[in-house]
Structures are given as structure tokens and as C-alpha cells.
Design a protein around this ligand. Structure first.
Ligand SMILES: Cc1cc2nc3c(=O)[nH]c(=O)nc-3n(C[C@H](O)[C@H](O)[C@H](O)COP(=O)(O)O)c2cc1C
Length: 304
């Protein structure tokens, strides 16, 4: 009997639904699936208040992690580990970082094939690069990646996702679609587990090659990569400044967070639309060149 471990941390339950759908068609007569939720010692709020949300930003951007409870009732030697994570400020969520830095992760992941499973708004490329480093540090072998992102891509989810995270409201409003991943996309994640049946039966996970090819496991938005690179650098610097201003919840840090939030809002409401317009203009003149560039980027990100 093959053994698969699925790890995740989810606040609203969205990633949990993705995980449940993913494993729903795994054949339980030949594969034992253990699903374990990572639990931070100090639970995170959901929905978040404005200051709690931005207070988390330096920790997430600098990948400091947090203390998490040790997982119980685990097997010693899993054939495959599926690491489900969400993105916080272009990095893996803090509880996931905390777990990956734990002694338990070192033992559990050593020489194990891993599939990462991301559920986020739509900016996950830089976070996945960071997860690759965390996996390397525990000697795990990343063999594949699945990434699901929110409906109403790009500009709409700049409004719908923060509204959801700060109020808990996911419904459609005005001309905006509902927040979060489409239910049909979540349901369709079962195709990945279904594919694993064949792979595990034939020991394909041991070859260190991707198992989920041609299933639409990831779609990289090439246009977002440049923004992610710039934003990651900016997050790192601003994270340092905010940390320097004081401990979490302190008054000077609140002042720094307010300044940063205003800066971020200005960026989103000015640079993002300007960027979109400029890109549209460039697109019309350099369409073929851009398609080629995007194709190269996609290969780099997915095939590494
Ligand atoms: C503090 C915080 C920061 C986030 N930053 C990002 C981000 O940079 N990129 C992104 O695509 N999604 C981001 N999200 C959205 C999450 O990745 C995820 O879609 C959402 O929190 C729902 O996940 P859940 O299953 O934990 O409820 C962020 C969420 C939180 C709470």
C-alpha cells in the first residue's frame, strides 16, 4: 500500500476544499492518504483587521515563520508528500514557513518526492521560488506543482480578495465577481489525484519527473512576473523598515504600517493602471516578441 501525506494551512477553508477535491479520486484501496493541517501556536485572525493584516507583512516578506504544533500520528516513510500552501505577500504563508523550518519537516521531507499545491489570488511565482529553497534545505525532491488562482483575474481581485480577507465577505458586488477560486476549478482539482493513481501504481513518483503533465496544473501569467520581481524587492525593503520601527502591535510600527499602506494604495491605483495601459500599447506593436518572451519565462518557471 502506498502512503501519501498531504499538508496544508488554510484560514477560510478554501485551500482545504482544494486539498479535499485533489485527493477525492485517489483509490483508497491501494493508497493510504493522511491529511494533516498545520496549526500555528498563536492562531492567525480571519477575517483580518487592517492593522493585523499589514502587521504580518514584514514577517511574511522576510519568511521568519512562526511556531507551529508538531504533527501527530504520522507514518515514517511516505511515498509522496503534497504540500498545500497559500501565498502571503508574495511568499508562502507564515505557518507553512514555520513548519518547513521545523525539525519535524527535516525528518519528514528528507529524500521524499513532493508536489506543491497552491491556492492564491494570482501571484505565486516568486513564492514558489522561495518554497523551492525551503524544500532544498530539507533535502526534498520537488517533482510537480499545481496552482489555482482566484476568479475575476487581475484587476478585479485587487479589490475582491482584500475585501474578502478583511471582512470575510466573498460574494459578488457592484460589477465585481465573487472573491476566491471558482467552485468549478476547485471541483476539477480531483483530476490530479486521479492521475496519481496510475503514477503511484507504477512507481512513477520515484523517477523524480513531473506526474501531472498536460492536465493544466499551472498557468503562468507572464505579464505578472516583472511586477512580482519588483514587488518582492519592495516588500523586502519595506519589511525591514517596518521591523526597524518596532515590535508587532507597537505604536511606531502602526505609524510605519499606515505610511506603507498609503504607499501601496497609491501604487495600486496609479502604477498598476498605467502599467496596464503601457503594456497594451507595447503589446500591439511587439506582439510576437512578447509571446516568445512569455513562452521562455513559462518554461523557466515550470520546468526547473
Ligand atoms: C496576509 C495575506 C497576504 C496575501 N498575499 C497574497 C499575495 O501576495 N498573492 C496572492 O496571490 N494571494 C495573496 N493572499 C491570498 C491567499 O493566498 C489566499 O488566496 C487566501 O488567503 C485564502 O486562503 P485560505 O485557504 O487560507 O483561506 C494573501 C492572503 C493573506 C491572508
Amino acid at each position: 500500500m502506498k502512503k501519501v501525506l498531504v499538508l496544508y494551512y488554510s484560514q477560510s477553508g478554501q485551500l482545504r476544499s482544494v486539498v479535499e477535491s485533489f485527493v477525492s479520486k485517489i483509490d483508497s484501496s491501494s493508497v493510504k492518504v493522511d491529511i494533516k493541517e498545520i496549526k500555528p501556536v498563536l492562531p492567525y485572525p480571519y477575517p483580518w483587521s487592517f492593522y493585523e493584516f499589514f502587521d504580518e507583512f514584514p514577517t511574511a516578506a522576510h519568511m521568519d515563520g512562526c511556531d507551529v504544533y508538531e504533527l501527530e500520528d504520522l507514518e515514517d516513510d511516505y511515498d509522496l508528500i503534497i504540500l498545500g500552501y497559500t501565498i502571503w505577500f508574495l511568499a508562502p504563508s507564515t505557518p507553512i514557513v514555520g513548519f518547513m523550518k521545523s525539525q519535524q519537516a527535516k525528518k519528514l521531507f528528507k529524500n521524499r518526492p513532493v508536489i506543491t499545491l497552491i491556492a492564491c489570488r494570482d501571484m505565486w511565482v516568486m513564492a514558489q521560488e522561495k518554497v523551492k529553497k525551503l524544500l532544498k534545505a530539507v533535502d526534498a525532491k520537488l517533482i510537480d506543482n499545481v496552482a489555482l488562482s482566484d476568479q475575476g483575474k487581475g484587476i478585479y481581485s485587487f479589490a475582491t480578495t482584500p475585501r474578502w480577507l478583511l471582512s470575510g465577505k466573498k460574494d459578488a458586488f457592484w460589477f465585481f465577481p465573487p472573491a476566491g477560486i471558482l467552485q468549478s476549478d476547485i471541483d476539477a482539482a480531483s483530476r490530479f489525484g486521479e492521475r496519481l493513481n496510475f503514477a503511484l501504481r507504477n512507481d512513477l513518483e520515484k523517477r523524480g519527473k513531473p506526474l501531472l503533465k498536460n492536465l493544466g496544473a499551472v498557468s503562468v501569467n507572464g505579464k505578472l512576473i516583472a511586477s512580482e520581481v519588483v514587488a518582492t524587492r519592495s516588500f523586502y525593503i519595506w519589511g525591514k523598515i517596518i521591523k526597524f520601527c518596532g515590535e508587532k502591535k507597537s505604536f511606531p510600527r502602526k505609524v510605519a504600517i499606515t505610511v506603507y499602506a498609503v504607499f501601496l494604495a497609491l501604487m495600486v491605483f496609479t502604477l498598476v493602471p498605467i502599467n496596464l495601459i503601457v503594456r497594451k500599447i507595447i503589446n500591439t506593436f511587439q506582439k510576437e516578441k512578447l509571446v516568445e518572451l512569455e513562452k521562455n519565462m513559462r518554461n523557466q518557471v515550470v520546468d526547473e
